[in-house]
Design a protein around this ligand. Structure first.
Ligand code: 13P
Ligand code: SF4
Length: 312
């Protein structure tokens, strides 16, 4: 075993820490993590761990969500700069003003938001439970959904709801090219197209399966098909390939073939070395303003309760 990995394992035991990693992390971080999962699973694990320290190998809002759920624990992130373009597309002051303009609306926010946005939210969702949580409200319920316009449009289209959408998006999921996926489908006619609902509707129209990272992984495992074109951040291919070594996974290409735009630059800021340093120094640590956290915990817990009732 490599020395750095051994050192991380040692520190983890000494400090009673748990390492949680999102599917978009580099493969070597996923491999050393105690749990690898999607945004919902990361929140669920954070809520139930008895570790003293949670190292969240993901992006800032995931660390914030864990800290809000576990205020007495130390929550570390390997790189404090690991933000999220989608969360950034929804500044809390502008979102709060939008909410105040619609006082008769229920506010549903995607977990990819800051704590301050969650503080003015009624219920948080992830891509795993968004449909079911929206459908748990009566058909006539007036709803604001933010910040992802693509996920919001997709949920409106499958539920028949007319939620008012915040106009935000993720820079990775907006980049996929229809033309290049169509060309790939011609080259691989038997391949199944798997797409995350943060992709534009033109990409979703080409997809055989639309779902969260966990749902796409499950579809890849359960499908009889041998080839898959995957339209989400390419980090998920690591776990897909691990679970299905005999299958072929092709990352959907972005519009600009000179960039690695199907990689989330924020997620990729975390490295094994930074993970080691953050465990050693117990820094950088996530801090959430207490007054904000007290308001933000309610919609997160509501999401966890509804998810538990739904068996998610
Ligand atoms: P899920 O983890 O819900 O699949 O969402 C993907 C994502 O963009 C996380 O930032
Ligand atoms: Fe945010 Fe997009 Fe990166 Fe997910 S992939 S963390 S939504 S920027």
């Amino acid at each position: 075993m490599n020395e750095l990995i051994k050192a991380i394992e040692k520190l983890k035991k000494e400090k009673n820490a748990v390492i949680l990693a999102h599917y978009y992390q580099q493969g070597e971080i996923q491999d050393i993590a105690d749990f690898v999962g999607d945004s919902l699973a990361l929140a669920q694990w954070a809520a139930k761990t008895d570790a003293d320290i949670i190292v969240m190998c993901g992006v800032h809002f995931m660390g914030e969500t864990a800290k809000i759920l576990c205020p007495a624990k130390k929550v570390l992130v390997p790189d404090m700069e690991a933000g999220c373009s989608l969360a950034d597309s929804c500044p809390s002051d502008r979102f709060t003003a939008f909410v105040e303009q619609h006082p008769d609306h229920t506010v549903i926010s995607y977990v990819n938001t800051t704590a301050a946005v969650k503080a003015v939210t009624d219920v948080v969702v992830t891509s795993t439970n968004a449909r079911q949580i929206v459908e748990s409200f009566p058909a006539g319920e007036k709803i604001i959904f933010g910040p992802d316009r693509n996920l919001g449009n997709y949920i409106n289209s499958i539920t028949g709801r007319e939620m008012k959408l915040w106009d935000g998006a993720c820079h990775v999921h907006e980049q996929f090219s229809v033309e290049k996926i169509v060309a790939l489908k011609k080259e691989h006619p038997d391949a199944l197209v798997l797409a995350h609902p943060e992709c534009k509707s033109t990409i979703l129209a080409l997809a055989d399966v639309i779902g969260s990272t966990a749902a796409l992984l499950k579809a890849a495992i359960q499908s009889e098909k041998k080839e898959f074109i995957v339209a989400t951040e390419s980090g998920i291919l690591h776990e897909m390939q691990k679970k299905c070594p005999e299958k072929v996974f092709i990352p959907a290409p972005p519009n600009d073939s000179t960039c690695a735009c199907n990689e989330c630059s924020f997620m990729r800021l975390n490295t094994l070395e930074k993970l080691y340093n953050c465990l050693k120094d117990e820094s950088p640590e996530i801090v959430v303003d207490q007054a904000v956290a007290q308001k933000a915990i309610r919609p997160i817990e509501r999401m966890l309760e509804i998810s538990a009732q739904l068996g998610l």
